[in-house]
Design a protein around this ligand. Sequence first.
Ligand SMILES: [Zn+2]
Length: 427
Amino acid sequence: MALAVELIAIDSTNGNETVVAECLAAYLSANGVESELIAREPARANLVARIPGTGDGPSLAFVGHSDVVPADPRDWTHPPFAAVIDDTGYLWGRGAVDMKNEVAARAAAMASLARAGWRGTGDLLLVVVADEEDGSAFVGMNWLVDERPDLATTYALNEGGGFPFALVDGRRVVEVSIGEKGTCPVRVDAIGEAGHASTPTLGDNAVPLLGRLLARLGQGVAEPLDHPAVRVMLESLLGDGAVERLGLVEALRQACALHPTLAESLPAVAGTTMAPTLLHGSTARNVMPARAGVELDCRILPGTTEAEVLDAVRLRLGDEVAYELSLAEPAVHGNASVAEGPLWDVVRDWSLATLGAQMFPTLCSGFTDSVYLRRSFGTVAYGFSPFSTTPTEVVEAGYHNADERIHIDDIALSADFHTHAARTLLG
Ligand SMILES: [Zn+2]
């Protein structure tokens, strides 16, 4: 797939995205699709291409990001921007799975529709944005949604799903991401009394007090919450009514037993996680501090409030040790789309027919730009770009890691899916 090779060969490490937008614009133009480059900063252009609809039917956006995370060539089998295709058909390079593969597939689908003279009843858009991996520069999707209200579409397909796997009971499922969790970092400070470190029993050193709080926090695994997205995940695996029938905890246990990947991923998206990460102790070795703190990287379900997060942390900490809680940073809330409706049906029917897999709706534990599309436009946005040849372990190991790679057949497969989705959804 020449376009994917060309895109991966561009070093668009967060901050240098215009080259990708120009490459895509040239490719689309050669296939009869005009596009615009929309930039707040010259080196960081976003691309918007459109095949206008013939009427007022539903509209669909193919979404992607053009930036990649940094890569250290010393860690790689093939240089990260060489875009090598090996003898077995794997395309290697930074962005091979996150997400120039998907950008190439979506652009190729749009190009093939244009070459065939296709027009939908509503608009088909390709929106490829800068600065997804960081987002703090405010030049990518978070800026674009305010700048360009005409990017509101009924539906969107973005990154975050498409991995099929076999459950222990023999069923085959494929992940489709229906939403994203948010973040709400919390700081916990154990409160003691300062003292001279030469005499440990003087005062009330806050560091061992913090140790007791850390023991109560453990790894910060979530208590499962009865939440619509959690129900839809569990019931897709265990059948309708499973949460009522089994209770939430038992339903989660049974779902986790269906695959080793689920045993890790499901508890992480079933409630508020609170992983302890940053530590704050004394500023001098010979001073036992009156306060010692830890920051918890809390990840929250759509709709969970800051007050609910603080309550969940208090419940975990108990009342044996004095502490104070504060928000380390303002919360960033995620959101989700419903796992039903015309786009859902298209993905479900295609997956069953082509991958032999039933849908497994999940929440992304990280972040994608779909959050902005749902928040600003109410778009029904899913993360889905199918893989079939590349093993799921290879895909998942590639994210932000060395030796990111994808089998080129999967780029063609994804392009086929997107062509089908546009034709079916937009008529
Ligand atoms: Zn990505």
